[in-house]
Design a protein around this ligand. Structure first.
Ligand SMILES: Cc1ncc(COP(=O)(O)O)c(C=O)c1O
Length: 323
């Protein structure tokens, strides 16, 4: 019997299983060496200076808004076409979310509309922007950075759909999603439907050392054990709780799986791009509207989005075919 085509399904290799079993037999299930190993490997893949592994993409977003000081007075702009977590992270801190529309070509935040929103409000109204590389389509963050600087805003790039995605900047350089060149912070998810599967898991990347240091403390109850960062030092046993933090840690078991998955990220992304090309050709000259990125856009294809008039009928029909 055919199992049909699911929304998403992880690919687990023998190497992944071996990596996890090794941790199960080792000393640390959590807070061990696999966490930093995964962080360093991921930062290197994305091209960012620092990476902080956490329990989920949602936890990553929450830590970002905490680290940037979002509170009841904050107003933040994001896209309405994304997963709920992209805006919930602002609400967790009591801030207000303002949606700005997307461009029909990329289904990502339309920079002209964000500019119009900023121009029509008194300076200081907004604190930050959360652009989302929706579907895996990389947002051109060079433009957003210029705009954000004009208005003194921070940027959190929600790159959950886009590890390995890139755009070409004005100097002709490839800028990979989450590499921290233009965004203050970027986040990723390792839910099984994403490119890299941990079960649950997330990552924050940044080039900003101060934010990196804050995130490390916030991830683990707001407590530091680093003598250089303490206000007092009472000896080896002493730890200091400096702020209200959370337990957003990810176990070593999952980091071992993520690290092993990351070894196949390049080839898996290439496979996604090949499949997308097949869809592009198949839908050419049909009534199905597709998003075909221009040259210079490295789409990461978490999703392949189509636009049709009769969405519900098509959905119901596909369900009858186990798709
Ligand atoms: C764009 C986007 N942001 C954030 C998240 C949250 O990630 P997680 O499910 O790992 O908490 C998701 C997950 O679906 C997502 O698609």
């Amino acid at each position: 019997m055919s199992k049909g085509i699911p929304y998403g399904r992880q690919d687990i290799s023998q190497a992944d299983i071996d990596a996890v079993v090794k941790v199960l037999k080792a000393d640390y299930l959590t807070q061990g060496p696999k966490v930093k190993e995964f962080e360093d490997k991921f930062a290197n893949y994305i091209g960012a200076k620092y990476a902080v592994a956490v329990a989920s993409g949602t936890a990553a977003l929450h830590l970002c808004t905490l680290a940037l000081g979002v509170n009841e007075d904050s107003k933040v702009i994001t896209t309405p076409i994304t997963f709920a977590a992209s805006s919930n992270c602002v609400r967790y801190c009591g801030g207000e979310v303002v949606f700005s529309d997307v461009s029909p070509e990329s289904i990502t935040l339309d920079i002209d509309k964000v500019r119009a929103l900023l121009e029509s409000s008194p300076k200081g109204t907004y604190e930050g922007i959360i652009p989302v590389d929706f579907m895996g389509y990389p947002v051109n963050l060079e433009g957003f950075r210029k705009l954000a600087d004009e208005y003194g805003l921070w940027i959190i790039e929600d790159a959950c759909h886009a590890p390995g995605g890139y755009f070409i900047d004005s100097k002709g350089k490839k800028q990979f999603c989450g590499n921290g060149q233009f965004a203050d912070l970027a986040i990723f998810s390792f839910h099984p439907v994403k490119h890299i599967a941990c079960g649950e898991g997330g990552m924050i990347t940044t080039n900003n050392k101060d934010l990196y240091d804050k995130l490390l403390v916030l991830r683990t109850h707001g407590i530091t054990k680093d003598p250089d960062k303490m206000t007092e030092n009472h000896g080896g046993w002493y730890m200091e709780m400096q702020t209200l933090g959370y337990n957003y840690r990810i176990p070593d078991i999952l980091c071992a799986l993520g690290s092993s998955q990351l070894d196949r990220a390049v080839e898996n992304l290439e496979r996604r791009r090949q499949i997308a090309k097949g869809y592009d050709l198949a839908f050419e000259n049909t009534h199905v509207k597709t998003i075909v990125p221009p040259t210079g856009i490295g789409h990461a294809y978490h999703l392949y989005v189509i636009q049709v008039e009769n969405r519900k009928e098509l959905y119901d029909y596909l369900r009858t075919k186990d798709i």
